[in-house]
Structures are given as C-alpha cells and as structure tokens.
Ligand binder design. Structure first.
Ligand SMILES: NC(=O)c1ccc[n+]([C@@H]2O[C@H](COP(=O)([O-])OP(=O)(O)OC[C@H]3O[C@@H](n4cnc5c(N)ncnc54)[C@H](O)[C@@H]3O)[C@@H](O)[C@H]2O)c1
Length: 264
C-alpha cells in the first residue's frame, strides 16, 4: 500500500481545542499520517503537553476560538510557521450542564460563543487560506446530543445542532472552491473531561450496555473517523453527519422496556 494512502503527508493541519481528549487524539492521528500539525488550545499548558506527547515538530499555540483577533493572529502564525492550512478541525468545547429553567444567559452566550460562533470564526480564517491554496478539508466535532437532547444540556444541544448546520452551509458555499466540510458526531467517549462518568463500575457497565459494541468509545475511535474525513480518501464526501457511537443510536428501540407479546 502507498505509504501516503491518506494523502496527508506534508499537509498543514490545524486542530482547535487539541490540548487533551478527542482533539489531542485527532492531532496525533493527523501527525501520524504525515501532517504538519498545529496543536491549538486556549490553555497553552494543555497545548504544550499534547504537542510534547505527539512529538516531532507538532506546534503548540494558545488561542481562544471565540476571539476573532486571536484566531486571525493564530492563523497568520501558523501560515508563517507551517504553510497555509489544508486541514482544519474545530473541536473546542464549553460545557455547563443545565436544563432550560436552570440555564442562564451568561452560560448560554459563552456556550454559543465557543461551540458555534468560534467554529464560524475559525472556519472563516482558515477557510480563506484554503481558498487561496485551491482547496482543503474542514472537520467539525459535533455530538450525538445534536439529535438527542439531554435534560441537562440545553445550550450544548443547541450549539451542536448549529455546528451541523454551519458545516453543511460551508459545504455548499465552498464546495466549488475545493473545500469539503463534514461533522463527526461522537457518542459516549471516555476522555479526561468526562472521566468522572466512568469511574463507578456500575455506571460504566450501564453506559457500555447502551451501545451495540458493548463498549464506551475511546478518543482514538473518534480520531480515526476525523482523520479519514480530512484525508484524500474522503474526496467525494462533504456536508455529511458522520456518527461514531459504537451503535448507540441503533440500540435505542432495544432499550425500550419490553413485555412478551407472544403470550397475548
Ligand atoms: N467525550 C464525549 O463523550 C463527547 C461526546 C460527544 C461530543 N464530544 C465533543 O468532542 C469534543 C472534545 O471533547 P472532550 O471530551 O475531549 O472534552 P475537552 O473539554 O477535553 O475538549 C475540549 C478542548 O477544547 C479546549 N477549549 C475550550 N475552550 C476553548 C476555547 N475558547 N478556545 C480554544 N480551545 C478551547 C479545552 O481546553 C479542551 O482541550 C468537544 O467538541 C465535545 O463536545 C465529546
């Protein structure tokens, strides 16, 4: 097989929100495929830690995805250091669990500013570089929550549904410029941010049972899908919602409490 089967060798890859968890795994995957990777996070310590683990030329940068000036400066720095962007992954997240009646405007606005407006700001800054270069690929991290709301995730649900719409908008507007845009929707994924959900073996088993594969996802499971969508192997795929949930969605009906209807 061609060593550069994914066509990512030497490509400039930017991952926003790459300091840990799923973002770090995506940055590591792009790096392993030969990409020149910028590991960007609003927390520089996290970005440097991740870049150190990824190794060999991974560039750590501090940037708040919700701040237009910050993103513009970061885009210029990356272009100067690694070349114009070929692959952008928008993965940053703000999460303040609350129901409709519990949430407040501050959290709502902060959530949308990072999870949705931030993805727009970042897509605009790096998309312009792609346009000048003649093409590229954008992958956004959505969530199964975009389709299936949780009682405690009102602003998160809304922002993630918005990301899927933004991605499709980019796909139709920039497709003629050779830019593809897709959303990866992770299901239950064991990351440092949500580790507390998995420490109790009973809770872990209950979550595993929710999936067809009977296991909770790992960051690498999501990263594999994101790297594929970023790669030349996904050359005719744009505007899609790519669900990576170990079969959680298709388990839904199987989880409904049943009675034995054969005896009726
Ligand atoms: N873990 C899951 O079960 C799960 C499920 C569905 C979707 N997701 C999505 O996957 C992505 C990664 O989640 P994770 O579990 O690794 O959580 P995480 O919180 O560790 O990842 C988010 C990263 O974004 C960074 N970040 C936060 N605000 C930022 C800002 N303003 N600018 C730049 N960077 C910022 C954080 O420092 C962190 O490194 C998120 O978009 C999340 O919504 C996760």
């Amino acid at each position: 097989m061609n060593a550069d089967w994914l066509g990512l060798e030497g490509k400039t890859c930017v991952v926003m929100g790459a300091g840990r968890g799923i973002g770090e795994a995506i940055a590591a995957g792009l790096h392993a495929a030969g990409g020149r990777v910028a590991v960007v996070d609003h927390d520089l310590e996290l970005a440097e830690g991740a870049a150190g683990r990824i190794g060999d030329g991974a560039l750590a940068l501090r940037c708040d995805i919700s701040n237009e000036d910050d993103v513009a400066r970061t885009a210029r720095e990356i272009e100067a250091a690694l070349g114009a962007c070929d692959v952008l992954v928008n993965n940053a997240m703000f999460f303040a669990p609350a129901s409709l009646l519990e949430t407040n405007f501050g959290d709502w606005n902060r959530n949308l500013a990072i999870n949705l407006t931030g993805y727009y700001i970042s897509s605009m800054a790096f998309g312009r570089q792609m346009m000048a270069k003649g093409g590229g690929a954008i992958v956004h991290t959505g969530s199964l929550a975009s389709e299936f709301p949780q009682g405690s995730g009102v602003d998160y649900t809304a922002s993630k549904a918005g990301i899927a719409g933004l991605s499709r908008q980019i796909a139709i507007e920039w497709g003629p410029d050779g830019i593809r845009s897709n959303t990866v929707h992770p299901g239950l994924t064991r990351t440092p941010r949500f580790e507390i959900r998995y420490q109790d073996p009973v809770a872990l088993a209950a979550r595993e049972k929710m999936t067809a594969l009977n296991r909770v996802g790992q960051p690498i499971d999501i990263a594999n899908a994101a790297v594929f969508l970023a790669s030349a192997r996904a050359s005719y795929i744009t505007g899609i919602d790519f669900i990576v949930d170990g079969g959680l969605r298709c388990k839904l009906f199987d989880l409904v409490p049943q009675v034995d209807v054969r005896k009726q």
